[in-house]
Design a protein around this ligand. Structure first.
Ligand SMILES: [Zn+2]
Length: 364
């Protein structure tokens, strides 16, 4: 049994833990070889850092990389820059833009910051791929496409995002009124209008559980049914609006609840409150942190990051190691600069968003 290494939770803590490159190397070493180094070739337990500061050499001169499989592998930036980058991406709740990131890290090239951020972000893919259960709200949202300074919207750049949110009921015994207007707080505690009335000591309340987000090509029945069947466990109660694309859910083994918008002009938020709080929070994050400047091709990466932060909002510690690619989770594909940029010209890079485990591919 090895004791898990501490991760920095605040800036002073980060500075104390990682004052220089050497401290980062020691930390990296401790994470890679928690029970001490052992040469994979000769089993020697004695090794030194090589001059490159990224690999170690045993007494029989066998070289072992310390950064293989991490975001730092084959990069020229100091480990300290990566560590600080991972600290920023894993602790700032709404995320960070490439421009702010470049300034924070003192990087002169925007492109370097941009690729670094994407690399760190690619580690923040929610590892929990077990399907949503119980009560789930599902809806679609249109994202992006707004062109600042121009009237109207350019529809070509818009993306359709399917959203599924688990609804978790709980007994609140605090007696205080939740809400307070802030969306994040509402997401934790449920929309205020549902439980702000009366003041009984213990009340049954609702909050948003886990979310699943995915860019979908269209809102057809085939696409939406595929989305639901991959992310929601059969037997769950799925609430949607009256769109015909959800008409076949009963046939797929779900209890389907259609939430009708009875009166014109009433926002759907009232009928599917959790899913709409998630969508408005997502839109705020994309507009506030990234000023809406996200290419549709890269939207999946931002959705992954949002879902990761959202599903982990009560539990943040492992993000630092995950961002660096130092967690025990399965290795992700290496993100390369050229492939990342080729995406806009139809390149084949795919942001990680693995198929959830335990849900067979739809056969209907
Ligand atoms: Zn050796």
């Amino acid at each position: 049994m090895t004791v898990p290494l501490p991760v920095p939770g605040s800036l002073p803590e980060f500075q104390r833990m990682f004052p220089d490159e050497d401290a980062c190397r020691k930390y990296l070493f401790a994470v890679r070889w928690p029970s001490g180094f052992r040469c994979p070739k000769c089993a020697s337990e004695t090794a030194w850092w090589r001059k490159d500061g990224r690999s170690v050499e045993c007494e029989r001169k066998h070289v072992t990389s310390a950064t293989a499989g991490t975001v730092m592998h084959k990069t020229h930036l100091p480990l300290l820059t990566w560590f600080y980058g991972a600290f920023l991406t894993s602790t700032l709740t709404p995320g960070i833009s490439a421009l702010q990131f470049a300034r924070q890290l003192g990087l002169s090239r925007y492109e370097t910051a941009y690729v670094m951020l994407h690399k760190l972000r690619s580690g923040l893919v929610d590892p929990d791929r077990t399907p949503l259960r119980g009560r789930v709200q599902v809806d679609e949202a249109l994202l992006g496409g707004e062109t600042p300074g121009r009237p109207g919207r350019s529809h070509g750049a818009k993306a359709i995002v399917a959203v599924a949110v688990e609804i978790v009921g709980y007994q609140d015994t605090t007696g205080r009124k939740p809400g307070g207007g802030h969306v994040d707080r509402q997401l934790r505690e449920g929309p205020p209008e549902q439980h702000a009335r009366g003041d009984k000591p213990a009340r049954r309340r609702e909050r948003a559980g886990r979310v699943r987000l995915e860019v979908i090509p269209d809102a057809s029945a085939a696409t939406l049914e595929d989305f639901v069947s991959r992310h929601v466990a059969p037997g769950a109660t799925v609430s949607t609006d009256g769109w015909s694309g959800y008409g076949g859910l009963e046939g797929l083994g779900y209890a389907h609840k259609v939430v009708k918008q009875s009166r014109k002009g009433k926002s759907t938020g009232q009928y599917l409150p959790m899913v709409h709080l998630v969508i408005s929070n997502l839109k705020r994050t994309l507009l506030g942190t990234h000023k809406g400047a996200i290419l549709p091709h890269h939207l999946p990466a931002y959705l992954n990051e949002f879902a990761y932060r959202f599903n982990r909002r009560f539990w943040k510690a492992p993000s630092f190691l995950r961002a660096l690619g130092l967690s025990a989770a399965p290795r992700r594909p290496r993100l390369e600069y050229k492939r990342l940029y080729a995406v806009r010209k139809g390149g084949d890079w795919q942001h990680p968003n693995p198929r959830p485990s335990g849900v067979p591919k739809q056969t209907v």
